[in-house]
Ligand binder design. Sequence first.
Ligand SMILES: Cc1cc2nc3c(=O)[nH]c(=O)nc-3n(C[C@H](O)[C@H](O)[C@H](O)COP(=O)(O)OP(=O)(O)OC[C@H]3O[C@@H](n4cnc5c(N)ncnc54)[C@H](O)[C@@H]3O)c2cc1C
Ligand code: FES
Length: 289
Amino acid sequence: MLSGPMPAPPPDARTFTAKTTSVTRCGDDGVILRIRPDVALPPIRAARFFMLRRDDRLSPAIPRPFSIYRQDGDELEFLIKVMGTGTSALAACTPGTTLRVVGPLGNGWPALDGDGPPWVMLAGGIGSAPFYMGIQQALRGMDGRAPARADQLVYLYGAARKGMLYDIDAFRSLGVRVEACTDDGSHGMRGNVLKLLESLWADGSVPQTVRLLACGPERMLEATEKLARAKGLDCWLSLESVMGCGVGICNGCPVPTVPEGPMGAWPNAKCCVEGPVFQTNAITLVGAH
Ligand SMILES: Cc1cc2nc3c(=O)[nH]c(=O)nc-3n(C[C@H](O)[C@H](O)[C@H](O)COP(=O)(O)OP(=O)(O)OC[C@H]3O[C@@H](n4cnc5c(N)ncnc54)[C@H](O)[C@@H]3O)c2cc1C
Ligand code: FES
């Protein structure tokens, strides 16, 4: 039996226009897009997202979703990896280009408090975007909870190669432990973030019981889910599923739920309105594809 309200977009989401203030190259194939919305926005929780498109014919008709990377006064920044038409159009914005924006959407990270085991953040490639403000907000305190101390936050950042560890020095400047790895060994340990975590467990510099947060390619998230289940760790994944509408209408972003888990009997959750952050006791990516 299904019960409860239909998942809906968050009440603070709105549609507005924004002007591009700058576009800065970042890494081999990324940009930091900085925009000034024409409405005032309150502080936004890390790992929430916005749907973006240019207000001209260069963007596809369907806007694309992007995590908030940084909020600085009345401007927002997005860390964008150029993939196809939508991201190319955004990367080609120049100061003054008008964007159409919907957001803030989605739920964001849980309260990253200092009351339990350390938080280990696993980021893969462009999956780093939701972590910058996540670290800032954890250090400041979220939802009235005790702030995390810097030594309770460990940021593990992996990518195919050095040029895809986007803006890593900015993460280092946050004052938490940052460790990097690359598939080709061009920066940090050779290997992926899960191998990196295993090595930190092996050398004893990270305790065995941690709380995991992860964002990155689907295979990395599947492996993180498996690890969390095997070790009985609390774990939250921020999913970057392909989305159509971003507001719960098109059914274009299904995420398989754990049968009889906390999300109830329906076999799929909607990533856009029930996520993009899900705890692994509620959804399962393993075997979904
Ligand atoms: C909640 C959320 C937050 C996101 N945050 C960010 C972010 O901060 N920065 C960022 O760069 N991207 C982010 N993404 C992914 C981003 O939305 C896609 O890369 C973008 O929609 C691609 O649009 P495009 O028109 O350039 O590519 P398309 O022309 O649509 O596709 C080009 C190629 O990219 C592949 N592709 C498209 N979307 C994805 C995807 N979601 N995952 C993997 N491959 C994809 C396609 O299969 C195709 O091969 C996020 C996605 C979600 C759902
Ligand atoms: S993207 Fe349309 S329902 Fe989620």
